[in-house]
Design a protein around this ligand. Structure first.
Ligand code: SAM
Length: 280
């Protein structure tokens, strides 16, 4: 395991992923009943933007730092309000929050988070971050195993974020194998799977395998900061959502169009949100 998210924290893909994640979390708050969040690939939970890893790449400059300097019409948009309320104070202190911390900030007293991380150092940092917090279980465990063993939650409502590093060729098969087991154990959960957009063939294979697992509806929200070419390059970011909330498509379309002029390279950004129904 070589991947360390500290090199990429707050980049354009994190902004898109976490802004959409906040909308999914906010939707869960519409009912009073408790929800559970599973974050299968949590990372350490908080990143130092002045640390060695982040300063070597400075990826946040074209991500969260650009967004925080964008026009007020973008920064003050209600669909970004939760995300920026969480991120702004951390950024001012030279940090960027990861998905488990973002989830924690949008939980109410009755809600719970199970956060998994396999890398020793990142798992230790995650445990330190949530030490003494009874609403969070930070677990040093393979997230794929958790999907097959820890679902469904007793809360019966909730969201699973699956955000693997995509450093192994087997990642598409790992995701589909584990997700198929998870959906069979908990068909009512919402599952958000992040993916990089680098090569059309990989994206098409992932979309097809996830669509085959969804029992009802699946949405694919994709943002390309520049057009895909035959050369393999990290041009875009995607999120597939199994059992999306009914507002997801509209909100994601608005959010991605809002972010395009800020995160795109020149005026080359494009985005799309497509919804497919099982068996259609
Ligand atoms: N979700 C985080 C966020 O949005 O802030 C970023 C996660 S990063 C893309 C992927 C993480 O997965 C890395 O911290 C890596 O160490 C961890 N990881 C890799 N394989 C794993 C596995 N099988 N189970 C759990 N974590 C794993």
């Amino acid at each position: 395991m070589n991947y360390r998210h500290a090199f990429h924290a707050g980049n354009f893909a994190d902004v898109v992923k976490h802004a959409l994640f906040c909308r999914l979390l906010r939707y869960l708050q519409r009912k009073d009943g408790a929800f559970r969040i599973y974050d299968t690939h949590s990372g350490p939970g908080l990143y130092d933007l002045s640390g060695d890893e982040a300063t070597r790449t400075m990826e946040h400059e074209a991500g969260i730092s650009a967004l925080l300097e964008a026009d007020a019409a973008v920064r003050d948009h209600p669909l970004l309000a939760d995300y920026l309320a969480i991120v702004r104070p951390e950024h001012a202190a030279g940090r960027y929050p990861g998905s488990p911390l973002i989830a924690r900030r949008l939980m109410r007293p009755q809600d719970r988070l199970s956060a998994y991380e396999l890398h020793d150092e990142d798992a230790a940092a995650l445990k330190r971050l949530f030490a003494g917090d009874p609403a969070v279980k930070a677990i040093a465990l393979d997230g794929w195993l958790a999907l097959g063993a820890h679902l469904p939650p007793k809360e019966k409502r909730g969201l699973v974020l699956i955000d693997p590093p995509f450093e192994k060729p087997s990642e598409v098969d790992d995701i589909s194998g584990a997700l198929a087991k998870a959906v069979a154990r908990w068909r009512g959960g919402t599952y958000a799977v992040w993916y990089p957009i680098k090569r059309p063939a990989m994206v098409e294979r992932l979309r097809a395998s996830l669509a085959a697992i969804a029992l009802d509806e699946i949405a694919f929200a994709e943002f390309l900061r520049e057009p895909m070419t035959t050369e393999e390059r990290f041009v875009g970011t995607g999120m597939a959502v199994i059992n999306p909330p009914f507002v997801f498509r509209e909100e994601a379309e608005t959010l991605l169009s809002l972010l395009a002029p800020v995160l795109g390279r020149g005026s080359m950004a494009t985005s799309s949100v497509k919804v497919a129904r099982a068996g259609a």
